[in-house]
Design a protein around this ligand. Structure first.
Ligand SMILES: Cc1cc2nc3c(=O)[nH]c(=O)nc-3n(C[C@H](O)[C@H](O)[C@H](O)COP(=O)(O)OP(=O)(O)OC[C@H]3O[C@@H](n4cnc5c(N)ncnc54)[C@H](O)[C@@H]3O)c2cc1C
Length: 556
């Protein structure tokens, strides 16, 4: 029978059935009980109305689509124009610019600095947590801009005009001198080919143009192996000055209106973080001003790096929340073997475990936001010093396996590029590797404890606020304290100790501020000798249904 004569009823092969609806047009704040509760607990309940507004935007189909578009069309480098003139321009898909515009309009690059108030860091972290769930890669320039401020403050005579532009809520992607722009973004260039973690091996040289020292002009010659967001208006750069490794602010344009020779050699071909441009560059006599004392470059730039590490915690927590949402949503609508997936015991165990991990990450992160809000409180600052390294290490490291397990919940469709899961998965290792890789964070914990032993006492005091409320935590902490006393082979044992410090803090926070069934499940599954290695290892007696219901998005 020819196709022209096929009866139409015979051409219908099947109905699309048992496929979950798209998870779009929901309010990502109102669907998130844990976030709402923590916002209040950590002192930013005043931001609720704004986050409710923003949750609708970040859950909208239109915004979600921007994330897909920005990653399907990676940035492209244009080193020269058609006349052969060096331009060093990066072209982005319009969706990338829309995401950047949205982030800057919402003040994610500066709000706690430009509008300080109690809870300002908590409110920004909560908003960034919603925003990053849509698309993580463009968060790199947003984070670097946000993080630069503490370092910029070290040399206000040079940086004041930059700070003013940083506080603007206008995204201005034009490639022009910063003075002519309505808003700016900032990047960071430390890593060189011969060493990223060990920046003391930097070979880029800084030559004074006149007077030497803080605030003075230099020309930089050398290479940088990783410069993300190379279209930024300015970069904080490490280079060897005559008096040692120093920190510089390098503008994209010189004050005389000529192009500053920060030349992009190529864009990195990255497995994840695709919408963001990361480059290899050469500095060919690029003008830069020294920020802070000569020879104290690491100490000066570390203030920026510390803030990017904190943002990595927000980003990875957001990635885990989005992955959990996708898994829960799928399992709430998909049937197998005659029952919804989220009604089946083995799947319930896995889903609840993923939700637990996600909530524990958020709890840890927003607790640090509260510490950031209390700059005058010495104890909070000591807590921050240690907890930031522990949290950056732990949360970022827990994310890749979490993303993979969430992907597996969705099955084959979770592997497809028209689903968000592949992107979440590819993004998941990045936060752990940059801004101080896992081992570097663990070594930083040892360094902090060695230099300021009080910060460990303060950390443990915070953990011990839950003392007597859960036997498993009490026992776990006792063992941990004993092992912390043992100073033999500390470096070799650092991961083990940091893992346990992180778990103790998460358990303590959940015990003190989450529903009992959730905290109990966390302690029973992560603090006991029989804890399994993979997700989906919750022991008997856990109220999986309650954990799942708490975290599952409804529709609105
Ligand atoms: C997508 C992306 C974007 C980036 N963007 C930027 C950017 O904008 N600006 C910038 O400056 N950098 C950037 N980086 C670089 C990044 O910060 C470095 O890759 C990172 O710091 C690690 O440095 P490395 O690659 O030289 O590895 P190495 O320093 O060689 O480290 C390799 C491994 O050894 C471990 N290690 C190092 N020392 C020790 C030790 N003593 N004991 C035990 N283990 C150790 C590390 O933890 C790591 O796992 C970016 C990286 C990526 C992936």
């Amino acid at each position: 029978m020819s196709s022209a004569t096929t009866p139409s009823f015979m051409a219908v092969t099947h109905k699309v059935e048992n496929q979950p609806p798209l998870l779009v047009n929901y309010n990502s704040f109102l669907q998130d009980a844990a976030l709402q509760e923590r916002l209040k607990r950590e002192g930013a309940d005043w931001a609720k109305a704004d986050l409710t507004r923003y949750g609708k935007i970040t859950g909208s189909e239109e915004m979600i689509q921007l994330g897909f578009d920005a990653n399907e069309h990676p940035p492209q480098l244009e080193t020269h124009d058609r006349r052969g003139e060096r331009v060093d321009r990066v072209r982005f898909h319009p969706a990338y610019h829309q995401l950047m515009n949205q982030a800057i309009q919402e003040g994610l690059q500066a709000s706690p600095w430009s509008h300080p108030r109690p809870g300002a860091h908590v409110a920004r972290a909560a908003k960034y947590y919603l925003h990053a769930q849509v698309e993580a890669a463009h968060g790199c320039p947003i984070t670097m801009s946000f993080a630069a401020l503490p370092t910029l403050l070290k040399q206000k005579d040079v940086t004041q005009p930059w700070i003013e532009k940083l506080f603007s809520h206008q995204y201005d992607p034009d490639n022009r001198p910063f003075e002519q722009k309505t808003g700016i973004t900032l990047g960071m260039a430390m890593t060189e080919k011969q060493g990223g973690s060990d920046v003391r091996s930097n070979t880029t040289r800084a030559y004074p143009l006149g007077q030497e020292g803080a605030g003075q002009a230099y020309e930089l010659v050398g290479h940088k192996y990783f410069v993300s967001a190379p279209m930024s208006d300015g970069f904080l750069v490490l280079a060897q000055a005559p008096g040692g490794l120093s920190c510089f602010l390098l503008p994209r344009w010189r004050p005389d209106g000529s192009k500053n020779p920060l030349q992009i050699q190529q864009l990195k071909n990255k497995m994840g973080n695709v919408a963001n441009a990361s480059s290899e560059t050469e500095l060919r006599g690029a003008l830069a001003w020294m920020l802070g004392e000569e020879g104290k470059g690491v100490r000066n730039i570390i203030e920026m790096v510390s803030m990017t590490r904190y943002d990595c915690m927000i980003g990875s927590s957001a990635g885990m929340r989005q992955a959990t949402l996708q898994a829960l949503h799928h399992a709430a609508h998909r049937q197998a073997f005659g029952n919804l997936l989220n009604r089946q015991p083995l799947m319930q165990n896995l889903l609840a475990d993923l939700a637990l991990e996600s909530e524990a990450a958020l709890a840890f992160t927003l607790r640090l936001s509260r510490a950031l809000d209390q700059t005058d409180n010495k104890e909070e600052q000591a807590l921050l010093r240690l907890a930031r390294a522990i949290g950056k290490y732990w949360i970022c490291k827990r994310t890749p396996n979490h993303a993979y397990e969430a992907m597996e919940v969705i099955g084959g469709s979770g592997v497809m590029e028209n689903h968000i899961m592949p992107r979440l998965f590819r993004e998941s290792p990045v936060n752990s590797i940059w801004e101080g890789s896992g081992n570097i964070q663990c070594l930083d914990v040892l360094r902090a404890v060695h230099k300021e032993p009080a910060c460990l006492d303060i950390y443990m005091q915070e953990v011990l606020q839950a003392q007597g409320q859960n036997k498993q935590l009490d026992y776990f902490v006792k063992q941990l304290q004993q092992d912390l006393q043992d100073t033999e082979q500390l470096e070799y044992r650092a991961r083990n100790l940091v893992d346990r410090l992180a778990l103790a803090m998460q358990a303590s926070l959940l015990i003190r501020s989450s529903p009992g069934y959730l905290a109990d499940a966390f302690c029973a599954s992560r603090l006991t000798a029989s804890a399994g290695l993979n997700y989906g290892n919750l022991p008997k007696g856990v109220d999986c249904r309650a954990i799942i219901d708490r975290a599952t998005p409804g529709t609105d």
